[in-house]
Write a protein that binds this ligand. Structure first.
Ligand code: HEC
Length: 142
């Protein structure tokens, strides 16, 4: 009976010891390094896929304002690809600004205008420099 208790205690102890090993400092460091390495490789991959290595303020705003939910670079999602929009507005920055200020008409896919229209509430409320940055970003896509 006593032996059994000893055995059981020993088991519990060894479980506790092995269970707590990852909590020790060296274990933590290793985990941390792994996470950092993973992030670095993801960033590298993104840089290889995107010609612009630094994210422009316009691109960041385009993401932050939720536009990427419906617009991708080259693929149609809910909305037309940015490339299609950029082509439609070539040499027509004024027209694009006007559209996003709700004082222009859709020229890309007017049949879907009602899906895009609520978003214009966001863009027309932007400070001029931020709207300008988004427009420059869209037009920069080739
Ligand atoms: C809910 C999905 C959705 C979101 C979010 C969205 N769009 Fe759109 N967008 C669309 C659709 C659908 C169209 C096609 C209708 C059209 O051409 O007006 C479109 C068209 C456009 C056009 C072309 C307008 C034209 O002349 O036809 C621009 C420019 C545009 N979106 C910019 C933006 C910006 C900037 C944002 C972020 C603030 C944004 N969109 C967010 C769905 C979306």
């Amino acid at each position: 009976m006593k032996k059994e208790i000893f055995l059981a205690t020993g088991l519990v102890l060894s479980i506790c010891v092995s269970g707590s090993t990852p909590e020790k400092e060296p274990g933590r460091n290793t985990e941390h390094e792994t996470v950092l390495e993973t992030k670095t490789s993801i960033n590298l991959t993104e840089n290889f896929q995107t010609p612009a290595k630094v994210v422009s303020p316009g691109e960041k705003l385009f993401k932050d304002k939720g536009c990427t939910v419906c617009h991708q670079l080259n693929t149609k999602l809910v909305g037309p690809p940015l490339k299609t929009i950029a082509t439609a507005y070539t040499n027509n920055k004024k027209g694009l600004v006007a559209f996003l200020k709700d004082s222009g008409k859709p020229i890309v896919d007017p049949s879907q205008a009602s899906v895009m229209h609520p978003q214009i509430a966001i863009t027309k409320a932007l400070p001029a420099n931020e709207l300008d940055a988004i427009v420059d970003y869209i037009l920069s896509i080739k």
